[in-house]
Design a binder for this molecule. Structure first.
Ligand SMILES: Cc1ncc(COP(=O)(O)O)c(C=O)c1O
Length: 367
């Protein structure tokens, strides 16, 4: 079966992991710090703290905003569930907005109808790695959490996505553009937010007993607890994989772009398909996923046809406002249209040339 998402690892990852194991150091440690420095440098971030997932980075980001209970946070319905979970878990109210049908991103027009006097923040998602036009949202004067889970290599002008809003988060889970077994991270413009993240991520104790002992503290085992918080620390095994992957991001991005361009060129004449938007001249796309729309009303049949031929496709995402757990009665026409017509095709660096040819021929033969 050809998978829809994937990553490519090799000897370099094995060597990095092996060196951590040989040093008898698997938990948070030197590799974590190396990854934090290298990632921050690559994206020119004001700060960067590695955490154990993108979902937990969202949880942290919402916590850092310190909004009054019951505040409303606007986010796209066409996104991953942890975006809404992070808001609800903080005692706030997620307010789902629509997305642009072509970019699958939020815009000023889709956000504005959702604004009330209780709106206290925005959470935006750079879908598939196509940058949200952040400059158009600044006039709203609201703090912005940027979910750059798909967008480690996306840029708007000369700024990397994640570093444009107040707080940005990344995901390094096993299928992302920069994969680890599990991982995520957070960047923040306000240095206080970075300090808080570092104090919170290890059950709210800031420093381990060992670190405190190095300051010659009298009783280093008596932890100073900054706040009640879960354990969100990363580990050096994941960071090792991340360090090796970081050196391959440019290569993998080239492969992703090549596949994207091939699909765009080959599928453009299929009258029953609407293709995803290419980046604008001032945008850099990360090509995390390739999301098409079918105009012939046969999306489900197409997905089953691909599955029968050994090609796995999916829909990212089932719009959150349609999920009963969020108890939304909203009508968001573009999200609902995507729910009925959109499908993500395989795009990742582990596709072989024959996989790509098979995907292209199989898609073309669906008539
Ligand atoms: C848009 C978006 N945000 C957040 C996340 C959560 O990241 P993680 O899987 O690392 O928890 C994902 C994961 O797929 C995602 O797609």
């Amino acid at each position: 079966m050809i998978s829809v998402f994937g990553s490519k690892v090799g000897q370099e990852e094995l060597r990095e992991v092996q060196s951590s194991l040989e040093n008898q150091w698997m938990g948070i440690g030197p590799k974590t710090r190396q990854f934090e420095e290298a990632f921050s440098k690559r994206l020119n971030l004001p700060s960067f703290t590695l955490l154990n997932s993108g979902s937990n980075s969202l949880l942290m980001a919402v916590k850092l905003l310190d909004l009054p209970k019951g505040s409303e946070v606007i986010l796209p319905s066409f996104t991953w569930i942890s975006c809404a979970h992070s808001i609800l878990l903080a005692g706030l109210k997620p307010v789902f907005c629509d997305v642009d049908i072509n970019t699958h991103n939020v815009t000023l027009e889709t956000i504005e109808p959702c604004i009330t006097k209780n709106t206290k923040a925005l959470m935006v998602v750079h879908y598939a790695g196509k940058p949200v036009r952040m400059e158009t949202l600044s006039e709203l004067g609201l703090p912005i959490i940027e979910d750059a889970a798909h967008a480690v290599d996306s840029k708007l002008g000369d700024q990397y996505c994640g570093s444009i809003g107040d707080i940005g988060i990344y995901s390094f889970d096993a299928i992302k553009n920069l994969p680890m077994p599990e991982g995520g991270g957070i960047t923040a413009k306000n240095p206080k937010h970075t300090e808080q993240t570092n104090n919170l991520r290890y059950c709210g104790i800031g420093k381990s007993g060992f670190e405190v002992s190095q300051t010659k503290s009298h009783r280093w085992w008596e932890y100073h607890i900054f706040d009640v918080y879960p354990k969100l620390i990363p580990n050096d095994i994941c960071a090792s994989v991340g360090l090796a992957q970081l050196k391959k991001v440019d290569l993998h991005q080239k492969l992703r772009k090549k596949i994207w361009n091939l699909y765009q060129e080959t599928f453009k004449n299929l009258p029953w398909l609407i293709l995803p938007k290419d980046p604008e001249p001032d945008e850099q796309h990360s090509y995390f996923t390739y999301c098409i729309r079918l105009t012939n009303g046969r999306r489900d049949e197409f997905a089953h046809y691909l599955l029968d031929k050994g090609i796995y496709s999916t829909l990212r995402y089932h719009p959150l406002h349609l999920n009963p757990i969020y108890q939304s009665t909203k009508k968001l026409p573009n999200c609902e249209q995507l729910n009925e017509t959109a499908l993500n095709l395989p795009l990742h660096p582990n596709l072989s040339d024959s996989d790509i040819q098979k995907i292209i021929e199989t898609v073309k033969n669906f008539a």
